[in-house]
Write a protein that binds this ligand. Sequence first.
Ligand code: PLP
Length: 417
Amino acid sequence: MDLPHVSAALGVIHPICIARGRNAEVWDEADQRYIDFIGGIGVLNLGHSHPAVVEAVKAQVETLMHSAFNALPHRGYLAVTEALNQFVPVSYPLSCMLTNSGAEATENALKVARGVTGRQAVIAFDDAFHGRTLAALNLNGKVKPYKSGLGALPGPVYHLPFPSRDSGVTAEQALTALERLFDVEIPVDEVASIIVEPIQGEGGFRLLCPKFAKVLRDVCDKHNIVLICDEIQSGFGRTGQRFGFTHLGIEPDLLLMGKSMAAGLPLAAVVGRRELMDALPKGALGGTYSGNAVACAAALAVMDAMQEDALSAWSDAQEAAIVSAYQRWKASERFPMVGAMTGIGAMRGIVFEDTENATGAEHLANLLAAGRDAGVLLMPSGRKRNVLRLLPPLTTEPEIMAEGLGLIEQALETLKA
Ligand SMILES: Cc1ncc(COP(=O)(O)O)c(C=O)c1O
């Protein structure tokens, strides 16, 4: 694909240009149809152009497109923050700020943690992903392509192994690493925050070990450290719950959300305990476009559509379809490169293993191309780019889901063991 005016530093996975979409289907400029299992990398849990979102956006565009909230508040921003207070399952009343992107939410959460604690250090995890801006990218647990060639980044940041049944790292190993960190690298009372994805996205759809989540909660409580859960990819229903932290039996102090929050319009948020969110001086948080009125209207329609029972029904159906296809592929022994399944609910990954002919990453790259030829769009993840992450809209019709999984199977047939 020829991209003469686009920076070569933007990686493009699929060399096609899409023109329109409806729920889990997209059409390119030549009107070729594809089933979209990428979903805008987790943005489209409600699919392309969900009718309720389209209607809310149209009505908002005709009423008020924008007001810079810091200068002149508007109803949409207030309504979203009020709705979040109901929508986010924590025991305390929330205070929120809206941002334009996930990375901006990450950056602002770091500011809040610094402001509250008067400390600077952050503990993050191997294979984590928190964004591409300077402070956010230093939290990422992967050097290439995020940190290479950029020099000193805002810190200090320390990384721990991510304990998960999906990573093979145990809670005990991570705890040993945490104790070592406090003995060798940094005193615990100099740590401002610990940031963790309850289910890693870019890292390969890996569920944080619940036992270790409780360790993190205890350490943060004991030492007045701010626990930040980044649910920018796992939130808004992907795991069958509104947010993934509910699978872990803990509550974060600050929660980051974005992506599916506004079904495709740019909106993200930092939400959390009022005493933390109020710590910085007036004017320290904000932004010209953040909490844009049209994006807020979309977010309100999303929260309305994501009632708990609807979410679990969608997620259960999708999980059942994905898991049974995976089990069929695995049991058939025709695809020796198909390794373990990762994740929880509808947030599922499939690890591709090395075989005689190719590495797992090569197999997955070949699968992506073969899938595209067959008519299904797929996305990799993982430090080695060998984990297929499946992100179809939760609202995907059962027959389209079955068709998409069938096309993946067709693409698997083309791989050479
Ligand atoms: C867990 C997580 N945090 C943060 C981000 C950054 O979000 P954005 O791309 O909106 O800046 C992402 C994006 O993939 C993400 O998955």
